[in-house]
Design a protein around this ligand. Structure first.
Ligand code: ADP
Ligand code: MG
Length: 269
């Protein structure tokens, strides 16, 4: 089992795109599993009230179970909420429940509401609980939950579905990241884009991939994630594709993308 390069400090990555259905959750959970398979200690924080990342990682997340809601609204410590992945050694999860759907309203008047997740992550690191990489699965919006993710993060990873409207909305997302950098979190940058659901048989998919690479030459991962039925089936078994279909094209691609990410973070040392 190859051991991936380890970042010097815990690196927090918000997986974000305000569009739904572009592969955020799929990317967060499968990159996390790939990084854990590479020997790194990884935490996935589910910040989407839908809790799809929690489902895909086989973690119970019915209303009321300890979750990201308690971290944000109850200001509870991450270590009291985090659970182990039943499948992947080195992978931990802070699950989300539907309770989180009310959090934006509940927190609307609270002082420091943008810093709640950042504070929890910093406390966790300061208490010596080390993760190499923390991946935050963001909801499909740029509201307070995503702002919390951006304030907690060192960098943003944007999954881009290779379809006609791919670039639409990316400028708003990039502007939002800039605004957060200027006002709330000077560390933040859009460090990477990952092309997802790439369909090798269509010219459109190739054209969009080319266009995104032209716009973001430094940021786009060399690895592309192909469209794969196995990738879409895995969550219904509460599994990552890496557990569900260990030799499939989806697994190969996500493990490759995970290695690419680890190498980039290693190079930052
Ligand atoms: P988001 O979190 O951005 O809303 P998801 O990761 O949930 O997006 O993906 C949206 C849908 O597309 C899901 O049904 C998922 O299983 C499917 N999907 C994601 N990536 C792929 C892929 N590479 N090939 C096929 N289906 C995919
Ligand atoms: Mg999602």
């Amino acid at each position: 089992n190859a051991v991936f390069p380890r970042p010097l400090n815990t690196t927090v990555i918000a997986v974000s795109n305000q569009k739904g259905g572009v592969g955020k959750t799929t990317t967060a959970v499968n990159l996390a599993a790939g990084l854990a398979a590479g020997g790194l200690q990884v935490l996935v924080i589910d910040v989407d009230p839908q809790g799809n990342a929690s489902t895909a990682l086989g973690i119970e997340h019915v209303s009321g179970v300890p979750s990201t809601y308690d971290v944000l609204v109850g200001e509870e410590a991450l270590e009291d909420i985090i659970v182990r992945s039943p499948e992947h050694q080195g992978l931990f999860v802070c699950p989300a429940t539907i309770d989180l759907a009310g959090a934006e309203v509940e927190l609307a008047g609270r002082v420091g509401r943008e810093y709640l997740l950042a504070n929890a992550v910093e406390d966790h690191i300061r208490n010596g609980r080390q993760f190499d990489i923390i991946l935050i699965d963001c909801p499909p919006s740029l509201g307070l939950l995503t702002v919390n993710a951006f304030v907690a993060a060192d960098q943003v990873l944007i999954p881009v579905q290779t379809e006609y409207y791919a670039l639409e909305g990316l400028s708003l997302l990039v502007q939002t990241v800039e605004r957060i950098r200027e006002s709330l979190n000077p560390r933040l940058s859009v460090a990477s884009l990952l092309l997802t659901m790439v369909d090798g048989r269509t010219r459109l998919s190739a054209e969009v991939a080319h266009e995104v690479r032209e716009h973001f030459p430094q940021q786009v991962f060399d690895t592309e994630i192909p469209r794969s039925v196995r990738i879409s089936e895995a969550p219904s078994y509460g599994q990552t594709v890496i557990a569900y279909d260990p030799r499939g094209t989806g697994t190969v691609a996500y493990r490759e993308a995970a290695l690419e990410l680890a190498k980039r973070l290693g190079d930052e040392k």
